[in-house]
Design a protein around this ligand. Sequence first.
Ligand code: 13P
Length: 248
Amino acid sequence: MRKKVIAGNWKMNKNPEEAKKYLEEFIPLVKDTSAEVILCAPYLDLKCMVKHTNGSNVKIGAQNMHWEETGAYTGEISGSMLKSIGVEYVIIGHSERRGYFAETDETVNKKIKAAFANELKPIVCVGETLEEREQGKTKEVITAQTRLALEGLTNEQVENTIIAYEPIWAIGTGKTATSEDANNSIKEIRDEICKIYGQMTSERVIIQYGGSVKPTNAKELFNTSDIDGALVGGASLKPEDFAGIVNY
Ligand code: 13P
C-alpha cells in the first residue's frame, strides 16, 4: 500500500509572519494523520517554516530551484541552499513555471537530478492543456512529460520521485477532473513508468492529482486505485481547508 502524500503549494502567497501564524493553527489540526503532509512555500518563508515545524509531522518544500550549485544566475536559488536550511522537498516543472518562465522538459530533468544530488525529494508536475485534451492528446502529452522528466534516473530515484498530475485546465478554475478521469490519467503515467523501470518501481511511485482539490472532493479522489494524494493550490492557503483535505 502506498502512503497518501498531500502537499500544499502556496504559490506566491504569504510572508514569513503569515506563514508562522498559519502553522500555529495548522499543525495541531493534522497531528493525527497517517498521510505525509508537505507545505511548499515561497523561498523567503522556508527557513522560518522549517523552524516552526520542527518536531511536527509537517514537512517543508520549495516551489522551484536551479540545477547549478552556484554561479552567475541572478535571482536563482540552488538545491544545496535549500538543503542547508532543512528543506526536504521541491516542486519541479509546475505548469505555471513551464508556462510563464520557460521551463522545459530538459530543465525539469536537470533540476530533478540536481534535487537528488542534494538529497531533496522532487515533486514533478505534468499535465495537459485544455486544447491538448480536446484534441485527444492527454495520454501522449503526460507520458512524454513523465518519460523526459525521469530520463537518466536510477530506479531508486524514480521510486523517490513524487509525480503530480495536474491538468492545466483544472488549476485554479474550480473545475476538477472527475475522480475516474484523474485516476485513468494517473494509471497511464504509472504504465509508462512500468514500461521503462519495471512493475515494482511503478507500483512504488507516489502519483498525486492536482487541480481544484477541496475538502469536499478530496475523499472521492483519494478513494481510487491510483491517486496517492494531492498537490493543492488555493485550498492550501487556509489552515482549516487544507486540514480538511489532509483529514479526508
Ligand atoms: P488549485 O488547487 O488552486 O487549483 O492549484 C493547483 C496547483 O496548481 C497546485 O500546484
